[in-house]
Design a protein around this ligand. Structure first.
Ligand code: 6PG
Length: 252
């Protein structure tokens, strides 16, 4: 596995601008090669500014939206119009502003009572739409991940069953810490991604970011994100990086 690259920014706003540039450049490059841009988005708070930026200039005009296919990394077991819905956040920050993106968005239907069936159907959608040519797994071109204060990423929380999943690409996952189920992509799909971007910002993440990046162990869920052939880039702000001994690549 290639060493993760850490890019340091003054704050979340600067970090979000940089990820928007990264996203747009990759979308344009793939489109120039006649390829779709297959993207998996996490929820939570951190991606909000990034997603909003994509719907503003210069990014909105630069991105070939007809080529962008959007999927979810994970979802809470709430209706799509619930304040906690990851889809709802993505819709408010991006899809409502870029109609072309809505047509190519595949929502995880985690509100359904039969979560196993909903997860199986989402996996089926991935299989059909990726048509992995000879590949066993969907290989996302860009996967946006966040980092929880407990070291979780996606909805792969410490001590939960989904951490051990090696076959299914999408599973329901009971999270005792939250006393609820989530739906999440699993490590086989996450680690098949070509490019994984972590966005981590704020003082509250300083401790966990140091633990994830500076301990050689693989005990924390985010540490097990180790793409087989892809690369991982950590976009972090100064507050989150304050505990890092390693010199993050300074990016103004
Ligand atoms: C979710 C996310 C989750 C998130 C982290 C960080 O459903 O909450 O997918 O993995 O990325 O919890 O969340 P924040 O960005 O809100 O700190």
């Amino acid at each position: 596995m290639i060493e993760p690259e850490v890019r340091l920014f003054p704050d979340l706003d600067a970090l979000s601008h940089a990820v928007a540039d990264h996203f747009a450049a990759l979308a344009q490059r793939l489109s120039a090669d006649g390829r779709d841009f297959r993207v998996a988005l996490s929820g939570g708070e951190t991606p909000r500014t990034f997603l909003e930026l994509l719907s503003t200039e210069p990014w909105a005009r630069r991105i070939p939206w007809e080529r962008v296919r959007l999927y979810q990394v994970d979802e809470r077991t709430v209706p799509p119009d619930h304040p906690e819905s990851n889809y709802g956040m993505i819709r408010r920050c991006l899809l409502d502003r870029i109609p072309e993106a809505t047509a190519n968005f595949r929502r995880m239907q985690a509100e359904r009572p039969d979560l196993d069936e909903a997860a199986r159907q989402y996996q089926e959608t991935l299989g059909l739409e990726f048509q992995p040519a000879g590949e066993r797994l969907p290989d996302f071109d860009f996967m946006l991940l966040g980092l929880g204060a407990d070291g979780h990423t996606a909805s792969l929380f410490p001590g939960t069953e989904a951490l051990a999943e090696t076959e299914r690409w999408v599973v329901p996952n009971f999270v005792p810490q939250l006393n609820c189920y989530r739906m999440t992509l699993t490590y086989p799909v996450i680690n098949a991604a070509r490019e994984i971007v972590f966005m981590v910002a704020g003082e509250k993440k300083a401790g966990i970011l140091s633990r994830v990046l500076e301990n050689s162990g693989k005990t924390l869920p985010a540490q097990r994100v180790q793409p087989v052939a892809g690369r991982v880039i950590w976009y972090v702000d100064r507050e989150a990086a304050q505990g890092l001994r390693r010199l993050a690549k300074k990016t103004e």
